[in-house]
Design a protein around this ligand. Structure first.
Ligand SMILES: NC(=O)c1ccc[n+]([C@@H]2O[C@H](COP(=O)([O-])OP(=O)(O)OC[C@H]3O[C@@H](n4cnc5c(N)ncnc54)[C@H](O)[C@@H]3O)[C@@H](O)[C@H]2O)c1
Length: 297
């Protein structure tokens, strides 16, 4: 019986390899997000702000969360100026569980159940491990990791009840390979990938599950978060624009991709590099020679 199961598995693997090759030539059509309630955290600046613009332009009901009220309002004004529906703005520190649950209830009452949750807010102190303070390390974990648990606590139950929804999280290339000067940040972004992979597995316990997950790992983005980047191959792998990254994130969400890097080639490169002998892996890293200098110097 096990041999039979194993043979079936071979056919399934072969079938899905063919399917993914087919999808390289005939990509999945993006789903419409018109009228969907999309909650994005960290919409006052950078990638989150661009995501708010793009979902508003696509006809979604956008809910903007940021700790910075002024910047969040500026995002809303820009959306109105561009001729789209005014988003619903809330001040919320996503690292504060009580606040997330309270503001989450307000959103449910005032706007409705969130269909697409985009956990984007994040911080990135950049210096050698021993120069990180305890407070910094805890703050990185609170905002970049624990906040995801609180927004899931606020919005996943309704998604489960409706058996419909999509959870998107921002990890990073620093969550695929460890990057010097970013020990706590890299740890937080690896944690996000672990959280999302496990959540997806748990959702699959329900054989009819329709709730999707997307984890996004961008290379360095020109938002100011990454203060002192250095890149070897400036032509091929330069800092990405937040517009481009938001476009890729929305596309990945709307086509139901589970995990992407931006640019996409970095995911297979990362996986294949890990198959190499350790010393060869180091040589690959030295060849790419890109990273971040300390923000304390
Ligand atoms: N910029 C990059 O190079 C890069 C690369 C890979 C991944 N990322 C990830 O993308 C996400 C967005 O990054 P960005 O470059 O747009 O950052 P950004 O600094 O430009 O914007 C982050 C926004 O989040 C808000 N925010 C911070 N702490 C918050 C909190 N506790 N509660 C609510 N809002 C809070 C800030 O006010 C700001 O508006 C982050 O998770 C980051 O780790 C960024």
């Amino acid at each position: 019986y096990i041999i039979f199961e194993f043979i079936v598995l071979q056919f399934q693997i072969f079938y899905y390899i063919l399917e993914s090759i087919f999808r390289l030539f005939v990509p999945v059509e993006p789903e419409s997000v018109k009228g969907e309630i999309v909650l994005i955290t960290g919409t006052g600046h950078g990638i989150g702000q661009q995501l708010a613009y793009q979902y508003a332009a696509a006809g979604a009901k956008v809910v903007c969360w940021d700790i910075n009220e002024k910047n969040n309002q500026a995002t809303a004004e820009e959306i109105v100026k561009r001729g789209y529906a005014r988003p619903h703005c809330y001040v919320c520190d996503v690292s504060n569980r009580q606040e997330v649950l309270k503001v989450g209830e307000e959103v449910k009452k005032e706007v409705g159940n969130v269909n697409i949750l985009i956990n984007n807010a994040g911080i990135m102190p950049t210096h050698p491990l021993e120069q990180h303070t305890e407070e910094e390390i805890r703050r990185i974990m609170d905002i970049n990791v624990l906040a995801h648990f609180w927004t899931l606590e606020a919005f996943l139950p309704a998604m489960k009840q409706a058996n419909r929804g999509h959870i998107v999280c921002l990890s990073s290339i620093a969550g695929v390979v460890g990057i010097p000067n970013l020990v706590p940040y890299s740890a937080s972004k690896f944690a996000v990938r672990g959280l999302m992979e496990t959540l997806a597995e748990e959702l699959r316990w329900n054989p009819t599950n329709q709730i999707k997950t997307t984890t996004v790992c961008p290379f360095m983005v020109d938002t100011g978060l990454c203060k002192r980047p250095f890149v070897k191959f400036e032509q091929a792998l330069n800092l990405l624009s937040p517009e481009h990254v938001a476009q890729k994130i929305a596309q990945a969400q709307r086509t139901g991709k589970t995990e992407i890097t931006i640019p996409e080639i970095l995911l297979p490169v990362g996986i294949l590099t890990r198959l190499l002998p350790e010393k060869a892996q180091i040589k690959v890293k030295e060849f790419f020679n890109s990273g971040v200098n300390s923000d304390l110097e």
